[in-house]
Design a protein around this ligand. Structure first.
Ligand code: ARG
Length: 358
């Protein structure tokens, strides 16, 4: 699809008569080879990209996305200011708001998320988040010195294409929640926490044949992301053995299902803790029901819901959800979000469209 076709495809999804606007775009394309979206169009496009995000279970809320048009930012310092403002706006004292900031393509954030914990290789395994080891080394090469705890927030690494600058996020821009179970000491006295806002920084937005490559965006967490993956995966914080022992479970044999029992209490602790601190979070059963409403809304609007089943099912008790028993076509519609090509530290996003084509 060429750009004009792509523009036509996008504008056909917007409300109202877009014919005059499309004529102007056709002229702009003919003279400059590209065109510029208005803030309103950019916002609508970002919402559609969320609606088309096959891996996202939270799409019921696609129309609530708050888009900050920061395409005029003109230095790494200014980009950093916009990111801090984004985090403060999105965090909102715990009442998390889904937000996207559109920055100029010239500036790229090297981090995979705005907030990530460092991972340090030590003689006895990794201190912190093993997922961040390479990112942490990069920050250290640039002169960053972390405290060495299991939850050091990495600095942002922003490049203007020439040099990479390091920016330490101000403490008040990074809300964190200590994970404490109502009934049990799950971690043998250790402090375990997670940050409140999941803010992806390594994807790009495609709207109408245009690519926006610096578009940090966030929603709020579903508890399993933290309790069944970040804190539980063997190659992440790997806390299930500690939780199992703290609960007094027999961890010497699999058949006691100590892993499963530990998982449930860990996930409950995440939900209880966020709720205690007044920080938005959704449990996987409620998120599933919300997704069902999304499916109904889409059917009512005459659109099919595309999805990637393996990402939509929650990692805890998947077969208790209707999603597990359903079927989803993983067709990529546009606007959409893609892995940002050439992003140094990410590994699991859907490849950019060019790469999909092979
Ligand atoms: N799973 C990722 C994490 O744990 C975040 C992905 C986006 N999640 C979201 N709820 N919007 O950090």
């Amino acid at each position: 699809m060429d750009r004009l076709q792509a523009a036509r495809h996008f504008f056909s999804q917007l409300d109202g008569d877009q014919s005059e606007r499309l004529e102007a775009i056709e002229l702009e394309l003919a003279t400059t080879g590209t065109y510029t979206l208005t803030t309103e169009e950019l916002t609508a496009g970002a919402m559609l990209a969320w609606r088309n995000s096959n891996r996202c279970i939270g799409r019921l809320f696609w129309q609530t996305l708050h888009v900050i048009d920061a395409r005029e930012a003109s230095s790494s310092d200014e980009v950093f200011e916009k990111i801090v403002a984004h985090l403060r706006y999105a965090t909102n004292g715990g009442k998390i708001r889904s937000t996207m900031t559109v920055l100029p393509n010239e500036y790229k954030i090297l981090n995979t998320q705005l907030v990530r914990y460092a991972g340090y290789e030590t003689g006895e395994g990794v201190m912190g988040d093993p997922l961040s080891v390479r990112m942490t080394k990069q920050a250290q090469r640039l002169g960053w010195v972390g405290e060495g705890t299991a939850f050091d927030v990495l600095p942002l690494m922003i490049t203007d294409g020439q040099d990479v600058r390091l920016y330490e996020l101000p403490e008040d821009a990074v809300l964190e929640v200590e994970i404490v179970h109502e009934a049990y000491d799950l971690f043998d006295g250790k402090t375990i926490k997670w940050h409140a806002v999941p803010a992806i920084a390594d994807m790009e937005l495609e709207i109408g044949g245009l690519r926006f490559t610096s578009i940090p965006f966030n929603g709020w967490y579903m508890e399993t992301e933290i309790g069944a993956r970040n804190l539980a995966d063997v190659d992440r914080y790997n806390l299930l053995p500690l939780v199992g022992k703290s609960l007094g479970l027999d961890t010497s044999k699999e058949r006691t299902l100590w892993r499963d029992r530990a998982l449930v209490e860990l996930n409950l602790a995440v939900l209880q803790s966020f709720e205690r601190e007044g920080v938005t979070i959704v449990d996987h059963h409620t998120a599933t029901k919300q997704f069902k409403r999304f499916e109904k809304n889409e059917a009512d609007a005459g659109r099919d819901v595309t999805g990637q089943w393996s990402w939509l099912i929650p990692p805890l008790s998947p077969a208790t959800t209707h999603i597990f028993h359903g079927h989803y076509e993983n067709t990529i519609k546009t606007p959409n979000l893609f892995a940002r090509s050439g992003c140094p530290f990410s590994g699991f996003h859907q490849p950019a469209k060019e790469e999909l084509k092979g």
